[in-house]
Write a protein that binds this ligand. Structure first.
Ligand code: GLN
Length: 504
């Protein structure tokens, strides 16, 4: 019998529609897989088995009754724990939210529920999405299914590991500086950061509001397009939501899979390769470029001279916004409340004791940084300068997109590093996002797909970037490259990952 956990979401949806399998069977298969591999992987913070099976049974009943269902109805999904879910614990990986059960759903969760996708659970993440390894979670590490001693990326390491380990065919991530694309790259999965404003931020626990975007984490480009179309589109509850409809993403993925890129101009970003990039990552990147060329694309070189300042600008803007967004965790309204061990119980002292106990080191570091950058006297020198750099980066992209339809780079400079390796070196950790951060600063969409295994036998990622609101181009190019790569590998890259259930 087919192992239902190995199917893509599109294939599983096809079998559900044809009545060959039930959603209860598919959901149970994933819950069984979780029971087998979670002790090793720890992708989930909370498993919602009963709720998921109830949704599945309801979808099966509606299908049997002949109801018109969404094409993904009955396909299970995992949701990053920074997205609020009514009735399911939501911690954002932080002790300060331990035990909080939201009274409402994020818009994207409402859409998932309305379409009938059983939510398997909430996935692990760096606290408040701050990190590149998931090691800043207050609830323990997630392990990379390719090598359990290595990081699954971050902040959305739980979503990426769940998908890579066949614990979910679909997952939701969020990307402020790379937290969808970087985990996808190091786990051999597909991750998409949509155009800023194209997926509602209503109900995401905000890290940096001008940079945050939710998006899909999947095993195939087509699956990402299907999920992106489901969660995206206008939402009046998000004031930054784009009013016009999404471009045709699924159609673009299907068109791309046919493999013809004649006339498409692909711009290779000079500044996002070379020094600091692992040779095997660069080798896979250049092989992918050759495949794109063989499909008819024209490869051009483009320069984005201000990208060298992107990381610096990001690490001022992001902490500034985060320090303001995290001010609401005051010990009064949500989750944890700690009273001072001695002395008067004033509001300020409760706040200090709660934050002292509830926030981890990385969160404290960023709140201090952001508060400093925004303080009177320093505001212009730090935050103001960073905003000017942001404008220069947006202009770099505008110039580059005049010469090319899409831009490409390796998603990350290296493959997954060892757990603990960069934990005491914040700057080394921040450098993982050097290639992903510019897209967030400019609000443009980006996709990462696996480009092969580097010299160390671990997955490398290929990043495609497109102009704002042209997310369809990501899917066209991504699906074309995926088809060519899989032909050269003789199947999906993930089939080369170690079997986590060898003892069975
Ligand atoms: N790793 C980056 C950071 O630590 C990006 C995080 C994210 O995209 N949420 O800020």
């Amino acid at each position: 019998m087919t192992d239902l956990t190995r199917l893509s979401a599109a294939d599983l949806a096809g079998r559900l529609t044809a009545g060959e399998v039930s959603s209860v069977e598919a959901t149970r298969a994933h819950l069984d897989r979780m029971a087998a591999v979670e002790p090793a992987v720890h992708a989930y913070l909370h498993v919602a088995a009963d709720e998921a099976l109830a949704t599945a049974a309801d979808v099966d009943r509606r299908r049997a009754a002949g109801d018109e269902l969404h094409s993904l109805a009955g396909v299970p999904i995992a949701v990053k724990d920074v997205v609020v879910t009514r009735g399911l614990p939501t911690t954002a990986g932080s002790k300060i939210l331990e035990g909080w059960v939201p009274p409402y759903d994020a818009t994207l969760v409402e859409r998932i529920k309305a379409a009938g996708l059983p939510i398997l659970g909430k996935t692990n993440m760096d606290e408040f999405a701050m990190g590149s390894s998931t090691e800043h979670s207050a609830y323990g590490d997630t392990h990379n299914p390719w090598d359990l001693d290595r990081i699954p990326g971050g902040s959305g390491g739980g979503s990426a590991a769940a998908v890579a380990a066949y614990e979910a065919p679909l997952a939701i991530g969020t990307d402020t500086g790379g937290s969808i694309r970087q985990p996808a790259a190091v786990t051999g999965t597909v991750g998409v950061k949509p155009t800023y404003g194209s997926v509602s931020r209503y109900g995401l626990i905000a890290m940096a509001s001008s940079l945050d975007q939710a998006g899909p984490v999947t095993r195939t480009v087509l699956d990402a397009a299907l999920l992106h179309e489901l969660i995206g589109g206008h939402d009046p509850r998000d004031s930054t939501s784009i009013p016009e409809p999404l471009p045709g993403l699924v159609a673009a993925a299907r068109q791309g899979a046919a493999g013809d890129l004649t006339g498409l101009r692909v711009g290779v970003i000079t500044e996002l390769q070379g020094e600091g990039y692992q040779p095997g990552v660069l080798a896979r990147f250049h092989e992918s470029l050759e495949l794109l060329r063989s499909a008819g694309a024209e490869i051009v070189e483009v320069s984005c001279p201000h990208f060298e300042f992107a990381l610096g600008a990001y690490y001022l803007i992001m902490p500034s916004e985060a320090s303001s967004n995290l001010a609401k965790f005051d010990g009064m309204r949500f989750g944890l409340r700690v009273e001072p061990s001695e002395g008067p119980v004033t509001a300020e002292r409760v706040m200090a004791a709660t934050r002292g106990a509830g926030f981890g080191d990385e969160v404290k570091r960023r709140v201090i940084l952001g508060t400093y950058a925004l303080s009177a006297g320093y505001y212009d020198a730090y935050y103001g300068s960073a905003q000017k750099v942001r404008t220069l980066i947006q202009r770099d992209f505008a110039d580059a997109f005049a010469a090319a339809d899409v831009l490409v780079s390796p998603t990350t400079p290296t493959t997954a590093f060892k757990l603990g390796e960069k934990l005491d070196d914040p700057l080394a950790m921040y450098l993982n996002d050097v290639a992903t951060i510019p897209a967030n600063l400019a609000g443009i969409p980006g996709l990462s797909l696996p480009s092969g295994l580097s010299d160390d036998g671990l997955p490398a990622g290929f990043q495609v970037l497109a102009p704002a609101k042209a997310d369809d181009r990501l899917y066209r190019v991504g699906a074309a490259l995926e088809a060519l790569l899989e032909k050269s590998w003789g199947g999906p890259l993930l089939t080369q990952a170690p079997d986590l259930e060898v003892g069975k």
